[in-house]
Design a protein around this ligand. Structure first.
Ligand code: ADP
Ligand code: MG
Length: 898
């Protein structure tokens, strides 16, 4: 445990106010405040201020603030002192420094600020110098000094320019940055002197020839000035840096010349700040009271100065003159520094006399060290235990500067929070790093800005050039096209002129010939007219002669002519009516005949003849039955003429139309007339009736007539060509009357008997239309359907056996098989027969066999082969059943014997 004691028995506190036995540190303690410094000025407080707040109430600022800064081990020390601990240990968190006496004992000192080897330049500036700079900007003088052994970092702390690393910038550079940022160079001014003090001689570092500058003191104000020193106006930071470089260069050069070391000289930078401020004036009233009501503004100039002193090395000069100095020189070299020490000691010992005048340095600092000035002292120390003695004396100098009477020398050991220290170290590193980054970042931004600006202007230039080129090109093109148009216009105009001329000439010639021609014609016409007029005149006179006696006869002739015309019209009408009546009569005769025959047969058939058996036999029958009527129809046809009858089909009169279509239907029932009817356009007219007239009666009769015409193969094709199947299908679809359906089914059934029409019938919906007619269930219709199916199957069978057709029956494909099977055993003989025939035809082709088996047709075939009354059909069915492998297999499977 180390021993420790409080010097003078008092503990010092950082916030301790002045007074109560505490004597402020000042070279001229009783000096009144400079008039240039307004007493009402408020000092800026800085959180990083060295000590407590200034106490301005008595106009006496605080004492000298002292910070200790430890330099990191240099490369030499890292090697030489590798096995030894530093002679000092810093405790920045409690602002203490421990100076080792030996391995087990150390003295502890307290400072206003303890700056470790890791403290960044920025932090050093902020805690030590910034409050002084702010004070200067507020109008107070201020001093920042470094004191310490050579090589401990005085110049590093104050004078570094930060050329290589901006984070290294020292107090001088940073102070000027802050000053420049705060002042207004329009109204304020900053001037700088840079001096060297060596062997009590002041040399101008800005003008080295000027090497004996004297100090002048204003006896009234006590202000110190150096009238012989160069004063340079500072306009910007760059300007200042150049000045510092110049001063440094001169310092090195001067020391070389004098064969001295810079460590033996003091470098002094004096920054004079002059600021214009709007001051307040107070007027005295009659009774001597100061009125604060009237305060006219008075312009004031506030002067202050910042003195930055890089002191000579504090190490003692050996009196032996080992460094090549004489004793006198040695005394002189150290005079200023020892005078400063003495003054500080005097102040520390509370002595009445402070030997300010003993040296140039103390005289120079008279108005800016302590007193009304704010003063900061940085004592720099090295870590090496080899220099413990020098380090110790430096520390004691610093302690005295902090008014020694209050200094505390703490003997007890403390347990320190190493974590806190580490953090502080890290923080300082980060601060320095941050500053470096910020600077380089700013530089980078500046560079990018410049680059992008140049790029933008380049792009703009290119764009403008391209635009200009484009514009020129457009203008050229425009001019060119205008020129072309003008040329075209001119050539057109000349051509037009030529054309007009030529046309005029041509027209002129033709016109004159035409004119003479017309003139001739006119003359001829005039002559003719004249002759005609003469003739008219002659006739007129002749008429006049005849007119009078025959006037009544003329009217009579006219009347008779009218009557005659009327008679002719009447006659025609009667003739037409006669035709109709005659045709009606014929019609009625035929109908009566058929009715009679039907009654005789006990059957109630339609008046129309229709082939319900086979075409041929029907025709025969019709001929036989029609024999009696033949003369009548033939006579009618002969009398009226077929053409006339056909035109009546288109008569406006519906009755005439109906009779006419009936006559045509009856004529069509006779084979002998069919060709004539078709030839005269009767088929087309009949189809037109289907297309045009909605009257079902007309459609029914027309369909009957078409059915009769459809008995002929040629006509069948004609019907198909003229779209007859479509018309018949539509008629079938719309028909309600079973007789209409019967006629349509009859017509389609006849078409089904034509080999060539098979496919077309299917594609144009004929088979579907035929099957659709069964919906009415009338036996006559079913009979026609069965006949159609039989005809179709017969044709298919024929074509298949001729090898013209192959594949499944179209009837099966169109879905006729179920109906066929269902009606195969119909009680009506004609239906049954047709279907039996159809089944036999279908069964003859193996390709239909499967469908017939699944559709149940096989049983019908078996039935037909056994029960059919017609032997030929029976045999056909039997033959078919035994020849089809499919049927045979199925019958075997069903164990039906065959
Ligand atoms: P002085 O002015 O007290 O004689 P210098 O400022 O010339 O000392 O410093 C001596 C050497 O130590 C220089 O190389 C300097 O860069 C270095 N130095 C001093 N202080 C520091 C520090 N805090 N950190 C790093 N290097 C330092
Ligand atoms: Mg130095």
């Amino acid at each position: 445990m180390s021993s420790g004691a409080c010097r003078n028995g008092n503990h010092r506190t950082a916030t301790r106010p002045h007074g109560s036995g505490f004597r402020p540190s000042s070279f001229k303690p009783r000096l009144p405040p400079s008039p240039s410094h307004g007493p009402g000025d408020v000092r800026r407080s800085s959180p990083a201020s060295l000590g407590g707040p200034f106490k301005d109430s008595d106009g006496v600022p605080g004492r000298v603030r002292v910070a200790v800064r430890l330099r990191p081990r240099n490369s030499e020390e890292l090697v030489a002192d590798a096995d030894f601990a530093d002679c000092v240990e810093l405790q920045p968190e409690v602002k203490r420094l421990k100076l080792r006496k030996n391995n087990w004992d150390a003295d502890t000192y307290e400072f206003d600020e303890v700056l470790t080897e890791y403290a960044s330049q920025k932090r050093v500036y902020e805690v030590v110098a910034k409050p002084v700079v702010e004070s200067v900007l507020d109008g107070y003088n201020g001093t920042v000094m470094t004191y310490g052994q050579t090589g401990t970092g005085k110049t590093f702390t104050l004078g570094r320019l930060g050329d290589e690393d901006t984070a290294d910038r020292g107090i001088m550079v940073r102070a000027m940055e802050d000053i420049l940022a705060d002042v207004d160079l329009g109204s304020d001014s900053i001037t700088v002197s840079y001096l060297q003090l060596y062997m009590e001689t002041i040399q101008d570092l800005l003008d080295p020839i000027n090497d004996n500058i004297s100090i002048v003191e204003d006896p009234k104000t006590g202000d110190v000035s150096l009238p012989g020193a160069t004063l340079v106006d500072i306009r910007d930071q760059q300007n200042f840096l150049e000045l510092l470089r110049l001063g440094e260069a001169h310092r090195i050069a001067a020391n070389t010349k004098l064969n001295t070391e810079s460590s033996r000289s003091h470098a002094i930078l004096m920054v004079h700040v002059k600021r214009s401020v709007a001051g307040e004036g107070a007027f005295s009233t009659e009774n001597g009271n100061t009125s604060h009501l009237i305060k006219p503004l008075r312009p004031l100039v506030r002067k202050s100065k910042l003195v930055v002193v890089d002191l000579a090395g504090s190490e003692r000069i050996h009196k032996s003159g080992s460094e090549g100095h004489t004793l006198e020189e040695a005394k002189s070299i150290n005079l200023s520094l020892s005078a400063l020490g003495k003054c500080i000691n005097a102040l520390a010992e509370n002595s009445a006399h402070v030997p300010v005048r003993d040296s140039k340095l103390t005289r120079l600092l008279k108005d800016s060290f302590g007193g009304t000035a704010r003063t900061s002292l940085i004592v720099t120390i090295g870590p090496s235990p080899r220099h413990r003695g020098e380090t110790s004396s430096t520390i004691l100098f610093g302690q005295r500067a902090m008014k020694v009477e209050n200094m505390l020398k703490i003997k007890e050991e403390f347990d320190y929070k190493s974590l806190s220290r580490k953090l502080e170290i890290q923080l300082d590193k980060l601060i320095a790093e941050n500053e470096r980054l910020q600077k380089s970042f700013e530089g980078e931004i500046e560079r990018i800005n410049v680059e992008s600006q140049s790029q933008i202007s380049e792009v703009e230039r290119n764009f403008a050039e391209a635009l200009e080129k484009e514009k020129l090109k457009c203008q050229m093109e425009y001019m060119k096209s205008v020129k072309e148009l003008e040329e075209k216009m001119v050539s057109n105009q000349t051509r037009n002129h030529r054309d007009v001329k030529r046309i005029n000439e041509g027209i002129g010639a033709s016109i004159s010939s035409e004119v003479s021609e017309i003139r001739m014609l006119l003359n001829t016409e005039i002559a003719r007219r004249k002759a005609a007029e003469d003739e008219i005149n002659i006739l007129g006179s002749q008429l006049a002669q005849y007119r009078h006696p025959e006037a009544d006869g003329d009217t009579e002739i006219y009347r008779l002519r009218k009557n005659l015309e009327e008679e002719i019209r009447q006659k025609r009408k009667y003739e037409e009516e006669a035709i109709v009546l005659r045709s009606q009569l014929v019609q009625m005769n035929i109908e009566a005949d058929q009715t009679r025959r039907c009654l005789e047969r006990g059957d109630l058939g339609d008046a129309f003849s229709l082939n319900t058996r086979v075409d041929q036999s029907r025709n025969m029958q019709l001929r036989e039955n029609g024999n009696g009527q033949k003369p009548s129809i033939a006579a009618l046809s002969e009398q009226v003429g077929l053409h006339k009858i056909l035109t009546l089909l288109e008569s406006e009169d519906a009755t005439i139309r109906i009779h006419a279509v009936k006559v045509v239907a009856n004529l069509a029932a006779e084979e002998v007339n069919q060709a004539k009817i078709v030839e005269a356009g009767g088929l087309t007219s009949l189809l037109m009736l289907l297309r045009r007239y909605e009257d079902e009666m007309v459609r029914r009769v027309a369909a009957g007539a078409i059915a009769n015409l459809a008995m002929n193969e040629v006509n069948q094709e004609l019907i198909m060509v003229q779209g007859g199947i479509g018309l018949l299908s539509v008629t079938a679809a719309n028909a309600e009357d079973p007789q209409t359906l019967r006629m349509v089914a009859g017509a389609i059934a006849n078409l089904c008997g034509n080999d060539k029409l098979q496919m077309k019938l299917r594609t144009e919906g004929g088979i579907k239309a035929l099957l659709g007619t069964v919906r009415c269930g009338h036996p006559d219709v079913l009979s026609q359907v069965a006949r159609g199916i039989a005809n179709f199957a017969k044709c298919e069978s024929r074509l298949a056996s001729q090898g013209i057709r192959s594949g499944r029956s179209l009837l099966i494909e169109e879905g006729a098989l179920p109906w066929i099977v269902h009606n195969a055993n119909d009680e009506s003989a004609p239906i049954r027969r047709h279907i039996e025939l159809a089944l036999c035809h279908l069964a003859q082709h193996e390709v239909n066999a499967k469908d017939m088996v699944t559709g149940g047709a096989l049983w019908e075939l078996v039935r037909i082969s056994r029960d059919c009354t017609r032997e030929d059909i029976r045999n056909l069915a039997r033959k078919t059943l035994s020849s089809s492998p499919t049927f045979r297999a199925e019958l075997r499977r069903l164990r039906v014997d065959y």
